[in-house]
Design a protein around this ligand. Sequence first.
Ligand code: ADP
Ligand code: MG
Length: 484
Amino acid sequence: MEQTLRDRYEVVIGLEVHAQLLTHTKAYSSDLNAYGSAPNTNVSAITLGHPGTLPVMNRKTIDFAIRLGLACGCQIAPAQHFARKNYFYPDLPKGYQITQDTTPICTGGQILIRTEDGAQKSIGITRIHMEEDAGKSIHDVDVYDTLVDLNRAGTPLLEIVSEPDLRSSTEAYNYLTEVRKLLRYLDICDGNMEEGSMRCDANVSVRLVGAKDFGTKVEVKNMNSIRNVQRAIEFEITRQIEALENGEPLTQETRAFDALKGITISMRTKEAANDYRYFPEPDLPPITVSTAQIAEIAKDMPALPNALFERYTKTYGLSAYDAYNITDQKGLALYYEELIGATKNYKAAANWLMGDIKSYLNEQGVDISAFPIAATRVAALIELIDQGKISNSIAAQRLFPALFESSETPLEIAERLNLIQSSDSTVIESFIATVIDQNPDEVSRYRSGEKQLIGFFMGQLMKVSGGKADPKAANGLLRQKLES
Ligand code: ADP
Ligand code: MG
Protein backbone atom coordinates (compact mmCIF):
# COMPACT_ATOMS: atom_id res chain seq x y z
CA MET A 1 0.00 0.00 0.00
CA GLU A 2 1.17 3.50 -0.81
CA GLN A 3 2.70 5.27 2.16
CA THR A 4 0.75 8.49 1.43
CA LEU A 5 -2.54 6.61 1.62
CA ARG A 6 -1.50 4.81 4.77
CA ASP A 7 -0.37 8.08 6.38
CA ARG A 8 -3.93 9.40 6.12
CA TYR A 9 -5.04 6.80 8.64
CA GLU A 10 -4.29 6.33 12.31
CA VAL A 11 -4.08 2.80 13.66
CA VAL A 12 -5.66 1.95 17.05
CA ILE A 13 -4.82 -1.30 18.82
CA GLY A 14 -5.80 -2.81 22.17
CA LEU A 15 -4.50 -6.22 23.23
CA GLU A 16 -6.00 -8.94 25.39
CA VAL A 17 -3.34 -11.27 26.75
CA HIS A 18 -4.04 -14.60 28.44
CA ALA A 19 -1.27 -15.89 30.69
CA GLN A 20 -1.30 -19.45 32.02
CA LEU A 21 -0.05 -19.37 35.57
CA LEU A 22 2.80 -21.50 36.87
CA THR A 23 0.86 -22.79 39.86
CA HIS A 24 1.38 -26.36 40.99
CA THR A 25 -2.33 -27.16 40.90
CA LYS A 26 -5.34 -25.89 38.97
CA ALA A 27 -7.42 -22.78 39.65
CA TYR A 28 -10.24 -24.42 41.57
CA SER A 29 -9.06 -27.97 42.29
CA SER A 30 -6.02 -29.93 43.41
CA ASP A 31 -5.56 -31.49 39.96
CA LEU A 32 -2.01 -31.04 38.71
CA ASN A 33 -1.38 -28.05 36.48
CA ALA A 34 1.29 -29.59 34.26
CA TYR A 35 2.14 -29.23 30.59
CA GLY A 36 2.88 -32.35 28.58
CA SER A 37 1.25 -35.04 30.77
CA ALA A 38 -0.43 -37.98 29.03
CA PRO A 39 -3.88 -36.81 27.78
CA ASN A 40 -6.71 -36.69 30.30
CA THR A 41 -4.59 -37.72 33.29
CA ASN A 42 -4.81 -34.47 35.32
CA VAL A 43 -8.57 -34.56 35.38
CA SER A 44 -10.81 -35.12 38.40
CA ALA A 45 -14.57 -34.86 38.87
CA ILE A 46 -14.09 -31.21 39.85
CA THR A 47 -12.35 -30.35 36.59
CA LEU A 48 -15.17 -32.14 34.79
CA GLY A 49 -17.76 -30.21 36.80
CA HIS A 50 -19.70 -33.29 37.83
CA PRO A 51 -22.82 -32.63 39.88
CA GLY A 52 -22.10 -32.35 43.58
CA THR A 53 -18.46 -31.32 43.19
CA LEU A 54 -17.33 -27.99 44.61
CA PRO A 55 -14.52 -25.77 43.38
CA VAL A 56 -12.02 -24.33 45.89
CA MET A 57 -10.04 -21.22 45.09
CA ASN A 58 -6.26 -21.68 44.66
CA ARG A 59 -4.64 -18.96 46.82
CA LYS A 60 -1.56 -18.91 44.58
CA THR A 61 -3.64 -17.62 41.68
CA ILE A 62 -4.65 -14.60 43.76
CA ASP A 63 -1.04 -14.01 44.88
CA PHE A 64 0.17 -14.14 41.29
CA ALA A 65 -2.51 -11.72 40.13
CA ILE A 66 -1.54 -9.29 42.89
CA ARG A 67 2.14 -9.56 41.95
CA LEU A 68 1.37 -8.58 38.38
CA GLY A 69 -1.03 -5.87 39.51
CA LEU A 70 1.62 -4.33 41.77
CA ALA A 71 4.23 -4.52 38.99
CA CYS A 72 1.88 -2.54 36.71
CA GLY A 73 0.81 -0.03 39.35
CA CYS A 74 -2.81 -1.25 39.35
CA GLN A 75 -5.39 -0.81 42.07
CA ILE A 76 -6.14 -4.14 43.75
CA ALA A 77 -9.84 -4.66 44.48
CA PRO A 78 -10.44 -5.39 48.17
CA ALA A 79 -13.62 -7.39 47.45
CA GLN A 80 -14.29 -9.55 44.44
CA HIS A 81 -16.42 -12.41 43.31
CA PHE A 82 -16.47 -14.85 40.43
CA ALA A 83 -19.06 -15.31 37.71
CA ARG A 84 -20.13 -18.13 35.45
CA LYS A 85 -19.75 -17.51 31.75
CA ASN A 86 -22.01 -20.07 30.12
CA TYR A 87 -21.39 -21.60 26.75
CA PHE A 88 -21.28 -25.01 25.16
CA TYR A 89 -18.08 -26.38 23.75
CA PRO A 90 -16.72 -29.96 23.62
CA ASP A 91 -13.56 -28.99 25.54
CA LEU A 92 -15.55 -27.20 28.26
CA PRO A 93 -17.07 -30.12 30.16
CA LYS A 94 -18.68 -27.96 32.86
CA GLY A 95 -20.64 -25.98 30.30
CA TYR A 96 -19.35 -22.74 31.80
CA GLN A 97 -16.11 -20.96 32.61
CA ILE A 98 -15.49 -19.50 36.06
CA THR A 99 -14.21 -15.96 35.49
CA GLN A 100 -14.23 -12.48 37.00
CA ASP A 101 -16.75 -10.46 35.08
CA THR A 102 -17.70 -7.32 36.97
CA THR A 103 -15.01 -7.37 39.68
CA PRO A 104 -11.55 -7.83 38.15
CA ILE A 105 -8.82 -8.18 40.76
CA CYS A 106 -6.71 -5.39 39.18
CA THR A 107 -7.72 -2.17 37.43
CA GLY A 108 -5.79 0.84 36.15
CA GLY A 109 -2.02 0.79 35.96
CA GLN A 110 0.27 0.78 32.95
CA ILE A 111 3.10 -0.90 31.09
CA LEU A 112 5.99 1.15 29.73
CA ILE A 113 7.07 0.41 26.18
CA ARG A 114 9.50 1.84 23.69
CA THR A 115 8.04 3.48 20.60
CA GLU A 116 9.55 3.26 17.13
CA ASP A 117 11.68 6.36 17.73
CA GLY A 118 13.00 4.93 20.99
CA ALA A 119 10.96 7.15 23.32
CA GLN A 120 9.08 5.72 26.30
CA LYS A 121 5.31 5.45 26.20
CA SER A 122 2.87 4.33 28.84
CA ILE A 123 0.18 1.86 27.76
CA GLY A 124 -2.84 1.83 30.05
CA ILE A 125 -4.06 -1.41 31.60
CA THR A 126 -7.84 -1.53 31.71
CA ARG A 127 -8.09 -4.61 33.87
CA ILE A 128 -6.44 -7.86 34.89
CA HIS A 129 -8.78 -10.62 35.95
CA MET A 130 -8.55 -14.26 37.03
CA GLU A 131 -10.24 -17.08 35.14
CA GLU A 132 -9.72 -20.66 34.04
CA ASP A 133 -8.65 -22.21 30.76
CA ALA A 134 -10.72 -24.69 28.76
CA GLY A 135 -9.47 -28.08 27.56
CA LYS A 136 -8.01 -28.63 24.14
CA SER A 137 -9.72 -29.95 21.02
CA ILE A 138 -7.19 -31.65 18.77
CA HIS A 139 -8.18 -31.78 15.12
CA ASP A 140 -4.97 -32.95 13.47
CA VAL A 141 -4.04 -36.23 15.18
CA ASP A 142 -6.90 -38.54 14.22
CA VAL A 143 -7.96 -38.65 10.56
CA TYR A 144 -11.69 -38.96 11.28
CA ASP A 145 -12.34 -37.58 14.72
CA THR A 146 -11.58 -34.59 16.88
CA LEU A 147 -9.84 -35.63 20.10
CA VAL A 148 -10.34 -33.83 23.40
CA ASP A 149 -7.65 -33.47 26.07
CA LEU A 150 -9.00 -32.00 29.29
CA ASN A 151 -5.67 -31.66 31.12
CA ARG A 152 -5.69 -27.94 30.40
CA ALA A 153 -9.28 -27.47 31.65
CA GLY A 154 -9.21 -25.49 34.88
CA THR A 155 -5.67 -24.14 34.44
CA PRO A 156 -5.50 -20.71 36.10
CA LEU A 157 -5.26 -17.76 33.71
CA LEU A 158 -4.79 -14.06 34.06
CA GLU A 159 -6.37 -11.97 31.34
CA ILE A 160 -4.60 -8.66 30.87
CA VAL A 161 -6.65 -6.14 28.88
CA SER A 162 -4.94 -3.02 27.56
CA GLU A 163 -6.49 0.33 26.75
CA PRO A 164 -6.65 1.08 23.00
CA ASP A 165 -3.37 3.03 23.39
CA LEU A 166 -1.16 1.25 20.86
CA ARG A 167 -0.65 3.02 17.53
CA SER A 168 1.35 0.60 15.39
CA SER A 169 2.14 -3.08 14.99
CA THR A 170 5.64 -2.36 16.28
CA GLU A 171 4.22 -0.82 19.45
CA ALA A 172 2.07 -3.94 19.85
CA TYR A 173 5.19 -6.09 19.38
CA ASN A 174 7.07 -4.07 22.00
CA TYR A 175 4.13 -4.16 24.41
CA LEU A 176 3.93 -7.97 24.22
CA THR A 177 7.69 -8.20 24.70
CA GLU A 178 7.39 -6.12 27.88
CA VAL A 179 4.40 -8.13 29.15
CA ARG A 180 6.26 -11.38 28.60
CA LYS A 181 9.35 -9.99 30.32
CA LEU A 182 7.28 -8.97 33.35
CA LEU A 183 5.55 -12.36 33.58
CA ARG A 184 8.95 -14.06 33.50
CA TYR A 185 10.59 -11.70 36.01
CA LEU A 186 7.65 -12.27 38.35
CA ASP A 187 7.89 -16.05 37.86
CA ILE A 188 4.18 -16.37 37.28
CA CYS A 189 4.03 -17.56 33.64
CA ASP A 190 6.67 -18.94 31.28
CA GLY A 191 5.48 -16.61 28.49
CA ASN A 192 5.85 -19.27 25.83
CA MET A 193 3.55 -18.29 22.97
CA GLU A 194 4.55 -21.28 20.82
CA GLU A 195 3.21 -23.66 23.48
CA GLY A 196 0.22 -21.43 24.12
CA SER A 197 1.04 -20.54 27.72
CA MET A 198 0.81 -16.90 26.67
CA ARG A 199 -1.84 -16.00 24.08
CA CYS A 200 -2.92 -12.74 22.56
CA ASP A 201 -6.07 -11.43 20.90
CA ALA A 202 -5.42 -8.24 18.97
CA ASN A 203 -8.17 -5.64 18.57
CA VAL A 204 -7.43 -3.46 15.57
CA SER A 205 -9.17 -0.48 14.01
CA VAL A 206 -8.20 2.43 11.78
CA ARG A 207 -9.56 5.97 11.52
CA LEU A 208 -8.74 9.02 9.44
CA VAL A 209 -6.06 11.10 11.11
CA GLY A 210 -7.82 13.74 13.20
CA ALA A 211 -11.10 11.80 13.48
CA LYS A 212 -12.68 12.03 16.92
CA ASP A 213 -14.21 8.56 17.20
CA PHE A 214 -12.55 5.19 16.96
CA GLY A 215 -13.25 3.10 13.90
CA THR A 216 -14.96 -0.31 13.95
CA LYS A 217 -12.66 -2.81 15.61
CA VAL A 218 -11.83 -6.31 14.51
CA GLU A 219 -10.54 -8.91 16.94
CA VAL A 220 -7.81 -11.21 15.60
CA LYS A 221 -6.98 -14.53 17.24
CA ASN A 222 -4.75 -17.51 16.65
CA MET A 223 -1.23 -16.05 16.64
CA ASN A 224 1.44 -18.29 18.12
CA SER A 225 4.30 -15.80 18.37
CA ILE A 226 4.80 -12.10 19.01
CA ARG A 227 6.06 -11.75 15.46
CA ASN A 228 2.83 -13.29 14.14
CA VAL A 229 0.76 -10.84 16.19
CA GLN A 230 2.64 -8.09 14.40
CA ARG A 231 2.08 -9.72 10.99
CA ALA A 232 -1.64 -10.21 11.66
CA ILE A 233 -2.01 -6.55 12.69
CA GLU A 234 -0.15 -5.38 9.57
CA PHE A 235 -2.47 -7.44 7.37
CA GLU A 236 -5.53 -6.04 9.15
CA ILE A 237 -4.38 -2.44 8.78
CA THR A 238 -4.03 -2.82 5.01
CA ARG A 239 -7.27 -4.78 4.68
CA GLN A 240 -9.25 -2.23 6.69
CA ILE A 241 -7.84 0.83 4.92
CA GLU A 242 -8.51 -0.74 1.54
CA ALA A 243 -12.08 -1.60 2.52
CA LEU A 244 -12.74 1.94 3.72
CA GLU A 245 -11.17 3.43 0.61
CA ASN A 246 -13.45 1.23 -1.51
CA GLY A 247 -16.47 2.40 0.44
CA GLU A 248 -17.07 -1.01 2.01
CA PRO A 249 -18.22 -0.70 5.60
CA LEU A 250 -16.30 -2.76 8.19
CA THR A 251 -18.19 -5.04 10.52
CA GLN A 252 -17.25 -5.77 14.09
CA GLU A 253 -16.07 -9.35 13.91
CA THR A 254 -13.60 -11.93 15.12
CA ARG A 255 -11.01 -13.11 12.60
CA ALA A 256 -8.40 -15.86 12.70
CA PHE A 257 -4.82 -15.42 11.52
CA ASP A 258 -3.46 -17.94 9.02
CA ALA A 259 0.29 -17.84 9.58
CA LEU A 260 1.15 -19.75 6.40
CA LYS A 261 -0.76 -17.39 4.12
CA GLY A 262 -0.18 -14.32 6.30
CA ILE A 263 -3.86 -13.36 6.14
CA THR A 264 -6.84 -13.11 8.50
CA ILE A 265 -10.13 -14.94 7.90
CA SER A 266 -13.53 -14.11 9.33
CA MET A 267 -14.66 -16.50 12.11
CA ARG A 268 -17.81 -14.84 13.42
CA THR A 269 -19.53 -11.47 13.41
CA LYS A 270 -20.87 -9.52 16.36
CA GLU A 271 -24.44 -10.62 15.56
CA ALA A 272 -23.43 -14.25 15.91
CA ALA A 273 -21.67 -13.59 19.23
CA ASN A 274 -22.57 -15.76 22.20
CA ASP A 275 -24.85 -14.52 24.93
CA TYR A 276 -22.94 -15.83 27.92
CA ARG A 277 -25.66 -15.26 30.55
CA TYR A 278 -23.17 -14.33 33.22
CA PHE A 279 -24.34 -14.81 36.80
CA PRO A 280 -22.43 -14.88 40.12
CA GLU A 281 -20.68 -18.21 40.72
CA PRO A 282 -22.69 -19.76 43.58
CA ASP A 283 -20.05 -22.34 44.59
CA LEU A 284 -17.13 -19.98 45.32
CA PRO A 285 -17.29 -17.54 48.22
CA PRO A 286 -16.41 -13.89 47.48
CA ILE A 287 -12.72 -13.04 47.80
CA THR A 288 -11.36 -10.34 50.05
CA VAL A 289 -7.84 -9.00 49.77
CA SER A 290 -6.46 -7.20 52.81
CA THR A 291 -3.85 -4.45 52.76
CA ALA A 292 -1.68 -6.72 54.93
CA GLN A 293 -1.80 -9.43 52.25
CA ILE A 294 -0.84 -6.91 49.57
CA ALA A 295 2.02 -5.60 51.74
CA GLU A 296 3.28 -9.15 52.27
CA ILE A 297 3.39 -9.77 48.50
CA ALA A 298 4.93 -6.34 47.83
CA LYS A 299 7.76 -7.21 50.24
CA ASP A 300 8.76 -10.24 48.16
CA MET A 301 8.62 -8.57 44.74
CA PRO A 302 11.77 -9.15 42.69
CA ALA A 303 13.58 -6.24 41.03
CA LEU A 304 11.81 -5.55 37.74
CA PRO A 305 13.39 -4.76 34.36
CA ASN A 306 12.58 -1.04 34.36
CA ALA A 307 13.99 -0.50 37.84
CA LEU A 308 17.13 -2.45 36.91
CA PHE A 309 17.50 -0.42 33.72
CA GLU A 310 17.37 2.82 35.74
CA ARG A 311 19.96 1.55 38.21
CA TYR A 312 22.29 0.24 35.50
CA THR A 313 22.24 3.46 33.51
CA LYS A 314 22.09 5.98 36.36
CA THR A 315 24.13 4.35 39.12
CA TYR A 316 26.49 2.08 37.20
CA GLY A 317 26.96 4.27 34.14
CA LEU A 318 26.09 1.57 31.59
CA SER A 319 24.93 2.65 28.13
CA ALA A 320 21.18 2.41 27.50
CA TYR A 321 22.01 -0.24 24.90
CA ASP A 322 23.87 -2.48 27.36
CA ALA A 323 21.33 -1.92 30.13
CA TYR A 324 18.46 -2.78 27.80
CA ASN A 325 20.10 -5.95 26.55
CA ILE A 326 21.05 -7.16 30.01
CA THR A 327 17.57 -6.57 31.47
CA ASP A 328 15.90 -8.04 28.39
CA GLN A 329 16.38 -11.53 29.80
CA LYS A 330 15.85 -12.19 33.47
CA GLY A 331 18.66 -14.75 33.52
CA LEU A 332 21.19 -12.24 32.18
CA ALA A 333 20.11 -9.64 34.72
CA LEU A 334 20.42 -12.15 37.56
CA TYR A 335 23.91 -13.10 36.41
CA TYR A 336 24.89 -9.44 36.12
CA GLU A 337 23.59 -8.86 39.66
CA GLU A 338 25.88 -11.66 40.84
CA LEU A 339 28.81 -10.19 38.93
CA ILE A 340 28.44 -6.75 40.44
CA GLY A 341 28.04 -8.31 43.84
CA ALA A 342 31.64 -9.45 43.39
CA THR A 343 33.29 -6.59 41.48
CA LYS A 344 32.78 -2.85 41.47
CA ASN A 345 33.95 -2.58 37.86
CA TYR A 346 30.36 -2.41 36.56
CA LYS A 347 31.34 -1.48 33.03
CA ALA A 348 33.84 -4.35 32.68
CA ALA A 349 31.25 -6.75 34.12
CA ALA A 350 28.74 -5.64 31.46
CA ASN A 351 31.38 -5.93 28.72
CA TRP A 352 32.30 -9.48 29.71
CA LEU A 353 28.66 -10.50 30.01
CA MET A 354 27.57 -9.00 26.68
CA GLY A 355 30.84 -9.88 24.96
CA ASP A 356 32.68 -13.13 25.67
CA ILE A 357 29.96 -14.76 27.76
CA LYS A 358 27.17 -13.95 25.29
CA SER A 359 29.32 -15.22 22.40
CA TYR A 360 29.89 -18.45 24.27
CA LEU A 361 26.12 -18.83 24.83
CA ASN A 362 25.39 -18.13 21.17
CA GLU A 363 28.00 -20.61 19.98
CA GLN A 364 26.69 -23.31 22.30
CA GLY A 365 23.06 -22.40 21.64
CA VAL A 366 22.31 -22.32 25.35
CA ASP A 367 20.73 -20.00 27.85
CA ILE A 368 22.64 -18.14 30.58
CA SER A 369 21.12 -20.61 33.09
CA ALA A 370 23.36 -23.25 31.47
CA PHE A 371 26.52 -21.12 31.73
CA PRO A 372 28.96 -23.18 33.80
CA ILE A 373 31.25 -20.47 35.18
CA ALA A 374 30.31 -18.90 38.51
CA ALA A 375 30.00 -15.11 38.45
CA THR A 376 32.56 -14.86 41.26
CA ARG A 377 35.22 -16.42 39.01
CA VAL A 378 34.47 -13.98 36.17
CA ALA A 379 34.68 -11.18 38.74
CA ALA A 380 38.06 -12.52 39.88
CA LEU A 381 39.26 -12.47 36.27
CA ILE A 382 38.17 -8.82 35.96
CA GLU A 383 40.08 -8.13 39.19
CA LEU A 384 43.29 -9.58 37.70
CA ILE A 385 42.98 -7.24 34.72
CA ASP A 386 42.28 -4.24 36.94
CA GLN A 387 45.36 -5.06 39.05
CA GLY A 388 47.49 -5.10 35.92
CA LYS A 389 48.35 -8.77 36.46
CA ILE A 390 47.02 -9.85 33.09
CA SER A 391 46.17 -7.97 29.92
CA ASN A 392 42.66 -7.73 28.52
CA SER A 393 43.54 -9.63 25.39
CA ILE A 394 45.36 -12.46 27.20
CA ALA A 395 42.36 -12.67 29.56
CA ALA A 396 40.00 -13.08 26.63
CA GLN A 397 42.20 -15.39 24.55
CA ARG A 398 43.77 -17.62 27.18
CA LEU A 399 42.36 -17.24 30.68
CA PHE A 400 38.61 -17.09 29.92
CA PRO A 401 38.64 -20.35 27.88
CA ALA A 402 40.74 -21.99 30.60
CA LEU A 403 38.05 -21.27 33.21
CA PHE A 404 35.92 -23.97 31.59
CA GLU A 405 38.64 -26.59 32.00
CA SER A 406 39.46 -26.37 35.67
CA SER A 407 37.97 -25.34 38.96
CA GLU A 408 41.06 -23.41 40.07
CA THR A 409 40.78 -19.70 40.73
CA PRO A 410 41.59 -17.42 37.78
CA LEU A 411 44.79 -16.38 39.57
CA GLU A 412 45.90 -20.00 40.00
CA ILE A 413 45.19 -20.73 36.35
CA ALA A 414 47.01 -17.59 35.21
CA GLU A 415 50.03 -18.59 37.28
CA ARG A 416 50.00 -22.17 36.08
CA LEU A 417 49.76 -21.06 32.44
CA ASN A 418 52.41 -18.44 33.05
CA LEU A 419 50.11 -15.60 31.96
CA ILE A 420 50.85 -13.13 34.73
CA GLN A 421 52.34 -10.04 33.18
CA SER A 422 55.42 -8.63 34.73
CA SER A 423 55.76 -5.14 36.09
CA ASP A 424 59.13 -6.20 37.52
CA SER A 425 61.54 -3.80 35.84
CA THR A 426 64.49 -6.21 35.55
CA VAL A 427 62.33 -8.71 33.66
CA ILE A 428 60.88 -6.01 31.41
CA GLU A 429 64.34 -4.53 30.83
CA SER A 430 65.59 -7.83 29.46
CA PHE A 431 62.65 -7.91 27.01
CA ILE A 432 63.44 -4.32 26.00
CA ALA A 433 67.08 -5.19 25.44
CA THR A 434 66.00 -7.97 23.06
CA VAL A 435 63.70 -5.63 21.15
CA ILE A 436 66.40 -2.98 20.81
CA ASP A 437 68.93 -5.59 19.60
CA GLN A 438 66.53 -7.01 17.03
CA ASN A 439 65.47 -3.67 15.48
CA PRO A 440 68.55 -1.46 15.01
CA ASP A 441 67.08 0.46 12.04
CA GLU A 442 63.91 1.46 13.86
CA VAL A 443 65.97 2.41 16.92
CA SER A 444 68.06 4.87 14.93
CA ARG A 445 64.96 6.28 13.21
CA TYR A 446 63.31 6.74 16.62
CA ARG A 447 66.39 8.43 17.95
CA SER A 448 66.46 10.78 14.98
CA GLY A 449 62.93 11.97 15.78
CA GLU A 450 60.32 9.41 14.56
CA LYS A 451 58.68 9.24 17.97
CA GLN A 452 55.54 7.58 16.61
CA LEU A 453 57.60 4.37 16.33
CA ILE A 454 56.90 3.86 20.05
CA GLY A 455 53.79 1.95 18.96
CA PHE A 456 55.92 -0.41 16.88
CA PHE A 457 58.29 -1.01 19.80
CA MET A 458 55.40 -1.70 22.19
CA GLY A 459 54.07 -4.23 19.70
CA GLN A 460 57.47 -5.92 19.47
CA LEU A 461 57.76 -5.91 23.25
CA MET A 462 54.39 -7.61 23.65
CA LYS A 463 55.44 -10.21 21.07
CA VAL A 464 58.75 -10.93 22.75
CA SER A 465 57.17 -11.08 26.21
CA GLY A 466 54.20 -13.16 25.06
CA GLY A 467 51.85 -10.39 26.16
CA LYS A 468 53.12 -10.56 29.69
CA ALA A 469 54.78 -7.19 30.10
CA ASP A 470 52.55 -4.80 32.01
CA PRO A 471 52.01 -2.12 29.32
CA LYS A 472 52.09 0.80 31.73
CA ALA A 473 55.40 -0.14 33.30
CA ALA A 474 56.84 -1.22 29.95
CA ASN A 475 55.95 1.98 28.11
CA GLY A 476 57.87 4.18 30.55
CA LEU A 477 60.93 1.93 30.60
CA LEU A 478 60.95 1.54 26.82
CA ARG A 479 60.98 5.32 26.27
CA GLN A 480 63.81 5.66 28.80
CA LYS A 481 65.95 3.06 27.06
CA LEU A 482 65.25 4.46 23.59
CA GLU A 483 66.07 8.00 24.60
CA SER A 484 69.30 7.04 26.38
P1 ADP B 1 -15.13 -6.55 23.79
O1 ADP B 1 -16.29 -6.40 24.71
O2 ADP B 1 -15.48 -6.73 22.36
O3 ADP B 1 -14.13 -7.56 24.25
P2 ADP B 1 -13.78 -4.30 24.96
O4 ADP B 1 -14.33 -2.92 24.97
O5 ADP B 1 -13.80 -5.08 26.22
O6 ADP B 1 -14.41 -5.10 23.77
O7 ADP B 1 -12.27 -4.16 24.49
C1 ADP B 1 -11.49 -5.27 24.25
C2 ADP B 1 -10.16 -4.77 23.75
O8 ADP B 1 -10.33 -4.02 22.56
C3 ADP B 1 -9.41 -3.85 24.69
O9 ADP B 1 -8.05 -4.19 24.70
C4 ADP B 1 -9.61 -2.48 24.09
O10 ADP B 1 -8.52 -1.63 24.35
C5 ADP B 1 -9.69 -2.78 22.63
N1 ADP B 1 -10.49 -1.84 21.84
C6 ADP B 1 -11.69 -1.32 22.15
N2 ADP B 1 -12.12 -0.52 21.16
C7 ADP B 1 -11.17 -0.55 20.18
C8 ADP B 1 -11.05 0.04 18.89
N3 ADP B 1 -11.99 0.83 18.37
N4 ADP B 1 -9.94 -0.23 18.18
C9 ADP B 1 -8.99 -1.04 18.67
N5 ADP B 1 -9.05 -1.61 19.86
C10 ADP B 1 -10.13 -1.39 20.61
MG1 MG C 1 -12.76 -9.34 23.74
